[in-house]
Design a protein around this ligand. Structure first.
Ligand SMILES: Nc1ncnc2c1ncn2[C@@H]1O[C@H](COP(=O)(O)OP(=O)(O)OP(=O)(O)O)[C@@H](O)[C@H]1O
Ligand SMILES: [Mg+2]
Length: 231
């Protein structure tokens, strides 16, 4: 997928100005940049939730989007929220049930399938959002800070769950975070943005995610480079 000469304004506020970026198929691209620089706007352009000028070449046909503020349907259970999106892609109810059980087990929420979103903690709701995004057979997954507000141990487990789900079912992923370590562990490519989504730098990480440790020399070097850009 390629974003070509994208321009986006909200009234007088120009957010994207001739923005160009390529996303490699089956790879995880991370957008890292200060608050308000336009990261969510880029995801909203890709998903066409917002109008814009410019062109998206080789667009994805099926998109899952984990929003920055989670948007589970409050009147449906956890199971119901997953079934709601899967129905569009899978007509067989028994197959849907198996897929939903498998994914809920992967995010450690098997016993919460009948709970309503209002009964979940923030971290649990984020896990449901992750499960819902994966249960739908999308070719492109957009994630806007999906691991925020989780305790460190849950975050570590969930990042591992995400990588396991992704390795089994590789999709193109565009992933927004403020957390450099998260980006270093997950991304094939990290794109650093500054104000008005100006691209400062792109780092490619040539190391399989499953083998990465934050103490790896290659990741330490990239982290230093990233920090330099924020001086
Ligand atoms: N619907 C909207 N109407 C008007 N202005 C908006 C709207 N959405 C975003 N903006 C503005 O566009 C700019 C970019 O916003 P965006 O949400 O893309 O930033 P972000 O990089 O995702 O920030 P954060 O890291 O805080 O989520 C900000 O100045 C914001 O105020
Ligand atoms: Mg945002």
């Amino acid at each position: 997928m390629k974003l070509v000469n994208i321009n986006k304004s909200y009234g007088a506020l120009k957010v994207l100005e001739n923005f160009n970026m390529n996303f490699e198929e089956g790879e995880i691209t991370c957008l890292l940049g200060p608050s308000g620089c336009g990261k969510t706007t880029v995801l909203n352009v890709i998903s066409r939730l917002t109008d814009f000028e410019g062109e998206i070449k080789e667009p994805a046909d099926k998109i899952s989007y984990i929003f920055q503020t989670q948007r589970l349907l409050p009147n449906l259970t956890v199971y119901g929220n997953l079934d709601f999106v899967l129905q569009g892609a899978e007509k067989d109810k028994a197959i849907r049930r198996q897929k939903i059980y498998d994914i809920l087990s992967a995010v450690e929420l098997d016993s919460w399938k009948d709970a309503y979103p209002g009964q979940l903690s923030g971290g649990m709701a984020q896990r449901v959002a992750l499960a819902r995004a994966f249960v739908y057979p999308s070719t492109l997954l957009l994630m806007d800070e999906p691991f925020k507000e989780l305790d460190i141990s849950l975050k570590k487990r969930l990042v591992a769950v995400f990588l396991k789900l992704w390795a089994k079912d590789k999709r193109t992923v565009v992933f927004v975070t403020h957390d450099i370590d998260e980006a270093l562990l997950l991304a094939d490519n990290i794109t650093l943005l500054s104000h008005k989504a100006k691209i400062l730098h792109t780092h490619k990480i040539d190391l399989p995610q499953a083998q990465r440790q934050l103490s790896d020399d290659i990741l330490i070097t990239i982290r230093k480079d990233i920090y330099k850009n924020f001086d």
